[in-house]
Write a protein that binds this ligand. Structure first.
Ligand SMILES: Cc1cc2nc3c(=O)[nH]c(=O)nc-3n(C[C@H](O)[C@H](O)[C@H](O)COP(=O)(O)O)c2cc1C
Length: 192
């Protein structure tokens, strides 16, 4: 298979892609079978030494509110403001399907963790692209559960694993306004 497949359609998708606003991702979402296909595509990323240094935790249906209840319990035990507790309970209910992408570096004694984490980031982005190309809206969020040790326990994070992102997937009926993009002239230099 040639490593090049010219496609005006893919080019246009990449040139115009954007995330959905997190408040406007509604039902329906991809079925479990459709999601498995998206994840198969998402995992097709550059990955130094073929370590597959990532894993996925899928939240569908009731699992979203159960995870939310556990997050709310964490905040409640810390006597957090009630508004934060309520917010935590509903976090994953903002989309029909949420995929937590976990960076899971492999200690092979020679592949830098940084490279493995970058591969996990590529998985997140590839999942968004696969979703968009399949007609689903998505957005990549971290928010506090990505950085909280107790929330990490709910995901069975090991000492070296980190949440790369929660990818919210569903249907967007509201168009998202374009956001400012980087001034590429400021970003690109040519080494001389
Ligand atoms: C690693 C990562 C974490 C993010 N976490 C959040 C977040 O917690 N909350 C938020 O509002 N946006 C977050 N964002 C930004 C959203 O994904 C944002 O909507 C997106 O960058 C919009 O740009 P786009 O339309 O080009 O995708 C995050 C982005 C990245 C790359």
């Amino acid at each position: 298979m040639l490593p090049v497949r010219p496609s005006a359609e893919v080019r246009s998708l990449l040139a115009l892609r954007r995330s959905a606003a997190k408040q406007f991702i509604s039902e329906p979402g991809p079925s479990p079978a459709a999601l498995d296909e998206l994840l198969q595509i998402a995992a097709r990323v550059p990955d130094h030494r073929k370590l597959a240094p990532w894993r996925f935790v899928v939240f569908e249906g009731e699992a979203r509110s159960r995870f939310g209840a556990a997050l709310a319990g964490i905040l409640s035990a810390r006597s957090a403001p009630q508004a934060d507790i309520d917010n935590a309970a509903g976090l994953l209910l903002r989309a029909p399907v949420v995929v937590c992408v976990i960076s899971s570096p492999v200690d092979d004694g020679r592949t830098p963790v940084w490279e493995q984490e970058l591969s996990a980031g590529a998985v997140c982005y590839n999942l968004l692209l696969a979703a968009n190309a399949s007609g689903w809206a998505g957005t990549w969020l971290s928010e506090w559960p990505a950085f909280d040790a107790e929330a990490g326990k709910l995901l069975d994070l090991t000492a070296t694993e980190r949440v790369a992102g929660f990818i919210y997937l569903g249907t967007a009926n509201v168009s998202a306004p374009e956001r400012p993009r980087a001034d590429m002239a400021e970003k690109i230099t040519r080494w001389a």
